[in-house]
Every structure is written in C-alpha cells, then in structure tokens.
Design a protein around this ligand. Structure first.
Ligand code: FES
Length: 156
C-alpha cells in the first residue's frame, strides 16, 4: 500500500464506522479506485467486515473497484445535462466502447464514469476526457473523439 494511502488512514481515528465513506472517498480520490487491500485495511481500521464495506461502497454508486483506463471519460448526467441530451451521449459511449460505466476495457486504455454535475450546466451535455472539458457534446462526436484520444495515448 502506498505511503499516501497510509497517510490518509492516519487522518481518521480507528474504530469509527461513521468515517468509512469519507475515508473511502479520499482514498479513491487519491488512488483512482479501491483495491482489495484497501477494503481489507478499511475493515480492520473501522471494525467492519469486508462484506459490509463492499455492500456499503456498492450502494454509494460512486466507488470503483478496478483501476481507471488511461483514457478516463466523465460524462455529466446532472439535471441540466440530462435535459440537454446526456443520455444519448452515454448511450453512444456505451455502444462505442462496449463498456458499462465504471468498467475498464481489457487493454486498460478506456473507462468512463457518469457524474452528477461538472459545473458547466449552461453548456451541456458536458464531458471530460482525462480532465479536458468538452461542452455541447453531441453523440455523433463520440466515435471520433475516442479514436483521436486512443491514437494520442497509443503513440505517446
Ligand atoms: S448538470 Fe451537467 S454540468 Fe451541471
């Protein structure tokens, strides 16, 4: 386990079940996902079984248990983006990648997440690709966008 993750654990007092979700959120923010080691350690730390932690973490829909792809797409599905057609964008990403949200392609290159608001509500649908924002996204832009980014990553 990395030093950063150990430092995150040290910020929380052992045995406090109510700290579980903020602890996992912070680890995921730092690490990109929750590994099996982290879940086991979180169980020892908070006094919860790993089964209970997996149950809680999957209920919260925001956690991932496998590493993100090198290309990480975030699609906003907040109210404003939804009203501007984000579902069609999500459907196109699904079609194009064959993946569900929070899955990672076998080659480790691509993953996508659905998020609730990216702060650009007047410019939706909004997506980000490795932190770069795209606004007023149309479903038909998705195949070229993925091809372009895949090419850049593979030839980097
Ligand atoms: S709802 Fe999509 S950016 Fe706010």
């Amino acid at each position: 386990m990395s030093i950063e993750i150990d430092l995150i654990f040290k910020k929380y007092k052992p045995g406090r079940r109510e700290d579980l979700i903020p602890l996992l959120q912070e680890i995921q923010e730092n690490n990109g996902y929750l590994s099996e080691d982290v879940i086991v350690k979180a169980g020892v730390y908070t006094g919860l079984s790993t089964t209970k932690i997996y149950g809680l973490a999957t209920f919260y829909d925001q956690f991932r248990f496998i590493p993100c792809g090198k290309i990480q797409i975030k699609v906003c599905h907040g109210t404003s983006c939804f009203l501007n057609g984000s579902q069609a964008v999500i459907n196109r990403i699904k079609e194009e990648t064959g993946l569900q949200a929070r899955q990672t392609s076998r080659d480790g290159l691509l993953s996508y997440d659905i998020v609730t608001c990216m702060g650009g509500c007047n410019n939706g649908p909004v997506i980000s690709v490795n932190g770069e924002y795209y606004t007023f996204v149309k479903p038909e832009q998705i195949p070229d966008l993925i091809k372009k980014i895949r090419y850049i990553i593979e030839n980097d």
